[in-house]
Write a protein that binds this ligand. Structure first.
Ligand SMILES: NC(=O)c1ccc[n+]([C@@H]2O[C@H](COP(=O)([O-])OP(=O)(O)OC[C@H]3O[C@@H](n4cnc5c(N)ncnc54)[C@H](OP(=O)(O)O)[C@@H]3O)[C@@H](O)[C@H]2O)c1
Length: 221
């Protein structure tokens, strides 16, 4: 049994990853900002005799991340982190408000880096651990009306590749996951995707990830 911390675990892909990994007998630490959603997932996991705890945290706030991880590193032996939390703001660049760009970079880029940095000392101490970053095909190629979002995902691709090299002489693994569109609440508040029925389900993608979790670069078309 592994203990796996998943950010953005209350909805969408994070929720499906939490359910799928719990189903395999792992203990899940569910992290996100909205307690209600995290508790819903925790209850679902416990109903099937799985093991989970939840913790609210805004990953864009470095102090909150440090506090959470310092507590968790005392109480739990975390084996794996899945940096999944992310937000997306889309449209012609000139129409995306600066505060939304900031929020997206703070969450997608800095949040992922803060969580990884806070967990890394215990992984290094044990010379073990797995870091999986949920990126997007928007981290592989530029797309119309996704300028700032692509910038955030390219940044995390760079972070992932650089960290993998930095840790190459350790037993800590670092991987990046690049998937296309999924039908999740991610699309609830924007009109960037008009026909959600053509998108994959988050459950399908979560099961693909589980099956290929040992690959350093998972491209899920
Ligand atoms: N849906 C797609 O088509 C698609 C495609 C490729 C990649 N992705 C990526 O997949 C990941 C998961 O997205 P999703 O589609 O599952 O969307 P989602 O359902 O909106 O999930 C994102 C999760 O991140 C959490 N979150 C957002 N900001 C946070 C913060 N500052 N601190 C902590 N948690 C935060 C949200 O919960 P709270 O709001 O409660 O915090 C939410 O549960 C994202 O990184 C996204 O960029 C999505």
């Amino acid at each position: 049994m592994k203990t796996i911390l998943i950010t953005g675990a209350g909805t969408g892909l994070g929720k499906e990853l939490a359910l799928a990994y719990a189903q395999e007998g792992n203990r899940i630490i569910l992290v996100g900002r909205t307690r209600f959603f995290l508790e819903e997932v925790r209850t679902m996991i416990e109903k099937t005799d799985g093991s989970a705890i939840s913790a609210t945290c805004d990953i864009a706030d470095s102090k909150s991340v440090e506090q959470l991880l310092s507590h968790l590193n005392e109480a739990e032996k975390i084996d794996q982190v899945i940096n999944n939390a992310g937000v997306g703001y889309f449209g012609p660049l000139q129409e995306i408000p600066a505060d939304r760009i900031s929020h997206m970079i703070d969450t997608n880029v800095k949040g992922t880096i803060y969580v990884t940095k806070a967990i890394l000392p215990t992984f290094l101490e044990r010379n073990a651990g797995k870091i999986m970053n949920i990126i997007s095909t928007a981290g592989l190629r530029g797309k119309v009306h996704e300028t700032a979002y692509c910038a955030s995902k390219f940044a995390i691709r760079g972070f992932t590749e650089a960290l993998a090299k930095e840790l190459a002489n350790t037993s800590i693994s670092v991987s990046g996951v690049y998937m296309g569109g999924m039908d999740t609440p991610f699309w609830d508040e924007n009109h960037h995707v008009t026909d959600r029925s053509r998108l994959k389900s988050a459950k399908e993608v979560a099961l693909d990830i589980l099956e290929r979790e040992n690959e350093a670069e998972l491209i899920i078309g």
